[in-house]
Design a protein around this ligand. Structure first.
Ligand code: GRF
Length: 231
């Protein structure tokens, strides 16, 4: 049974989705929850369920606190689910290939420092992009930068508000993140020594992130494009 540690800054809906999925599928469980905010919904949520948890109030002042907590709780995999701070480099090193983040846009676009929450969706809307969606990636020392494991396309509609778009992407996050974590826990997805994302069957390169998309023959593809363009 893989022990998962989840880091959360905000409400924790991805945490809840992950917990529910793992409770159904088994093989891994949410064993520890950490937040940089005492008033995070995730801390109350953990308390109600009797899941071990901690508030990491000032991680910059205590760079080793996070690592000791993870070790003390035998955490094997770390999931950043709406965690807004940069993870200290010693923790990233210790958990290389065993720490993932979920981001609500298709990286490498619309990511990096300051790109979180509504700002991400606002930037997507302002860009005029027609497709967005969640990215799950391994964590490295740079915000939103590590090797991409999986992405899922979500349409952007002309009359979208930030809230409507955020809600549509969040639905996909809640499905994608738990499934990636399940595969990581099972060892069927992993980061190799060269930094490539490998699945049981093939390489999932950073350039070719994992999602199912049927690429039909030219005629069918052209028909779909004509329909999408309103012709
Ligand atoms: C999600 O959109 C996630 O992609 C981003 O922060 C948000 C967290 O939402 N990193 P929640 O706390 O899981 O509800």
């Amino acid at each position: 049974m893989s022990r998962i540690g989840v880091f959360v800054s905000g409400r924790g809906s991805n945490l809840a989705a992950l917990h529910a999925h793992l409770a159904r599928t088994g093989g891994a469980k949410v064993a520890f929850i950490a937040s940089d905010r005492a008033n995070s919904g995730a801390i109350a949520w953990a308390r109600e369920r009797g899941i071990q948890h901690a508030v990491i109030a000032d991680q910059l002042g205590q760079p080793h606190q996070m690592l000791s907590l993870l070790r003390a709780h035998d955490v094997e995999l770390v999931v950043l689910a709406g965690y807004l701070r940069l993870v200290p480099a010693d923790v990233v090193r210790a958990y290389r290939g065993r720490m993932v983040n979920v981001h609500p846009a298709l990286l490498p676009s619309f990511g990096g420092p300051g790109m979180y929450g509504a700002r991400v969706h606002r930037a997507v809307l302002e860009s005029g992009a027609r497709v967005t969606g969640p990215t799950v990636h391994f964590v490295d020392e740079i915000y939103d930068h590590g090797a991409i494991i999986a992405q899922w396309p979500v349409p952007v509609f002309a009359d979208d508000t930030e809230a409507a778009l955020a809600a549509r992407v969040l639905r996909a996050e809640h499905l994608l993140l738990p499934r990636v974590v399940q595969q990581l826990a099972a060892g069927t997805i992993r980061l190799d020594d060269a930094g490539r994302v490998m699945s049981a069957h093939r390489e999932l390169s950073p350039e070719r992130a994992a999602f199912m998309f049927d690429m039909p023959e030219e005629d069918a593809l052209a028909d779909s494009m004509a329909i999408a363009l309103g012709t």
